[in-house]
Design a protein around this ligand. Structure first.
Ligand SMILES: Nc1ncnc2c1ncn2[C@@H]1O[C@H](COP(=O)(O)OP(=O)(O)OP(=O)(O)O)[C@@H](O)[C@H]1O
Ligand SMILES: [Mg+2]
Length: 261
């Protein structure tokens, strides 16, 4: 049966050398299928480290001191969860693709790594590309990264993530490098996937407009800790923590100056 709940429990990440405060300290987060949980906070607050630490794909020089990943309440090794239960999409899709490989090769490498039998590949690729909003799959599969726009590449990254049939998606700033129209299309695409595939999405962003558009719940980070968690309505209308208030006020002063304090 498809997993319905993912928990990150007591995640602490440190940088090697020195007795500095942890980069991420005692994080607890839970994500259900079909929901979008936004992880927000200022630059450097630890959002990306939380995603990387949970999946144990931390950059060199950093390490996970504590932390358990639970799928439907069962503790799991991150390597058994990565790509299979949790797919990932990142900012700057261009850097995630090998410039000399076509999209077909990227798709085939992904399916091979996931161990899907070859006779199923074409059907999985076609379905994932359709769900990611990529029409004309044969034409696109023949293209190299340099022949594609940033928006197409982000859709292809979503398609590659969907090929895993993972029930959860970590999306770290998935729209930051895209123009506003493409941003909006990618957000629509994620919203549709949450509704149609029941994907549970951990959406990392510092854009409260993206949060307002897509999230059901919000977790706010500051200096490596979660300082507030709540439903989207409460977070926008009654933010309790000063960091949340600052994020909401900044958003309102940009997009709704008449109601900003
Ligand atoms: N490779 C690294 N080694 C040591 N410290 C790092 C490394 N990468 C990031 N950090 C530190 O970890 C902390 C959290 O960084 P992280 O990248 O998670 O922030 P973020 O919230 O994702 O920020 P942004 O919104 O800019 O992406 C920061 O203090 C950062 O300087
Ligand atoms: Mg980041």
């Amino acid at each position: 049966m498809t997993a319905r709940r993912l928990d990150i429990a007591n995640l602490t990440v440190r940088a090697r050398g020195g007795a500095r405060a942890p980069l991420v300290a005692g994080i607890d987060l839970s994500l259900s299928s079909g929901e979008v949980l936004a992880l927000v906070g200022a630059s450097g607050s630890g959002k990306s480290m939380t995603c990387a630490g949970a999946l144990d794909v931390l950059p060199p020089g950093t390490w996970r001191e504590t932390g358990t990943l639970l799928v439907d309440g069962e503790p799991c090794q991150p390597k058994t969860v990565r790509g299979r239960k949790v797919a990932t999409i990142l900012q700057a899709p261009r850097s995630a693709f090998n410039p000399v490989l076509t999209m077909r090769r990227h798709a085939e490498e992904t399916l091979k790594a996931l161990g899907f039998p070859k006779p199923r590949w074409d059907a999985i690729i076609a379905s994932a590309m359709a769900d990611a909003g990529l029409g004309e799959p044969d034409r696109i599969l023949a293209l190299h990264p340099f022949e594609m726009s940033g928006g197409m590449l982000q859709r292809m990254m979503i398609a590659l993530a969907l090929m895993s049939e993972a029930p959860f998606l970590f999306a770290d700033e998935p729209t930051t490098d895209l123009d506003l129209i493409v941003q909006s299309e990618i957000l629509d695409c994620l919203d549709r996937l949450r509704k149609e595939r029941g994907l549970g999405i951990l959406l990392v962003t510092h854009d409260m407009g993206v949060v307002a558009r897509l999230a059901d719940r919000v977790a706010v980070m500051e200096a490596g800790r979660i300082v507030e968690t709540g439903g989207i309505d409460r977070m926008f209308h009654e933010p309790a923590h000063p960091v949340t208030r600052r994020l909401v006020d900044a958003h309102l002063s940009l997009y709704a100056p008449d109601v900003a304090p």
